[in-house]
Design a protein around this ligand. Sequence first.
Ligand SMILES: NC(=O)c1ccc[n+]([C@@H]2O[C@H](COP(=O)([O-])OP(=O)(O)OC[C@H]3O[C@@H](n4cnc5c(N)ncnc54)[C@H](OP(=O)(O)O)[C@@H]3O)[C@@H](O)[C@H]2O)c1
Length: 315
Amino acid sequence: LGLTNSLRVSLYGAGQLSTNVAILLRRRSQIEVLGPFDRAERERALRAEADVVIIATTSFLTDVAPDIRTAVEAGSNVLCSAEEAAYPWAVDRSVANELDQLARKRGVSILGCGLNPGFAFDALVLTACGAAWDVSSIRVERVVDLGGFGQTVLKRIGVGHTAEEYDVNRRNGTITGHIGFPQSMSVVAGKLGIGLERIDREMAPLIADRDYEARHLTVKAGTTAGFEQRYVGIVAGRPWFACSFLGHVDPGSIGKPPRDEIWIEGSTPLHVAVIPGLNPQTGASAVIANSVRRIVDASPGWVTVGDLPPAVPHS
Ligand SMILES: NC(=O)c1ccc[n+]([C@@H]2O[C@H](COP(=O)([O-])OP(=O)(O)OC[C@H]3O[C@@H](n4cnc5c(N)ncnc54)[C@H](OP(=O)(O)O)[C@@H]3O)[C@@H](O)[C@H]2O)c1
């Protein structure tokens, strides 16, 4: 590009998120975008020797770890949208430590981020804590319009199933709900120097009382149009960090318009409300695109959004 601080960015995974990130980055004068590349072009994507490789494929550490390893070995910094990558130690300490060490050795950085995890339940919460005298407990509530998600993601998180399918798939783990609560909670607790004793979790389906036409899925009456999740991080036997997530293909239709709200309790209570709530599609692609420069500038190793300055749009 002939610009002194221009960056090459390669995208692996040719789905919705990668496509949006590529569109956004191509508007920036100092970024050269390669891809998005699909599975057939894995090597080309990961071994592009780009400044930053963006991996937007699945949600799980076990799936993305080999791809992260390949990109790091090729000398690239990595941004990964997998929810479990936001704090991989919550899933598999040995894989997290091994890739952290490898990145340190290669002088590059790895970051798992997006809107959630990566912003709504963690970076924004930490920023709000900055204006508090002290923090005795935290509550975060999100109501999210799921209508724009692709079919694979919707089915996996729990939308479009009969009540029976939902029960079976929830038990066998193929319906996951929103993934990433332990990651966000660990990032926030870690930065505030708090040790979580345990995280209690529950999830309930929301059954449609009529048909819904989501962008990529028809939800029939009597099947799941969404779900409600509640995760509570316990400290000294009491709730310290309570997160709730209500996702629905048309939340306004059940009297729950999208919103993001944070309550920080302590000597100086604080309430942050984002109305209407953060857009899951544009928000996630923005956080990732806006993280390209901060991951290049980060200290080597596997970092979290709690370790970095805010993501900001840049040229
Ligand atoms: N942290 C956040 O806030 C955040 C935000 C948005 C998305 N995400 C996560 O990021 C991932 C991508 O999201 P998306 O909306 O782009 O999903 P998507 O539209 O379903 O696209 C996923 C893409 O990745 C490919 N893929 C899936 N598994 C793969 C694997 N093991 N190896 C290589 N390629 C694979 C798929 O290819 P095929 O079509 O060939 O399967 C597809 O091209 C999802 O897991 C999603 O949950 C996180």
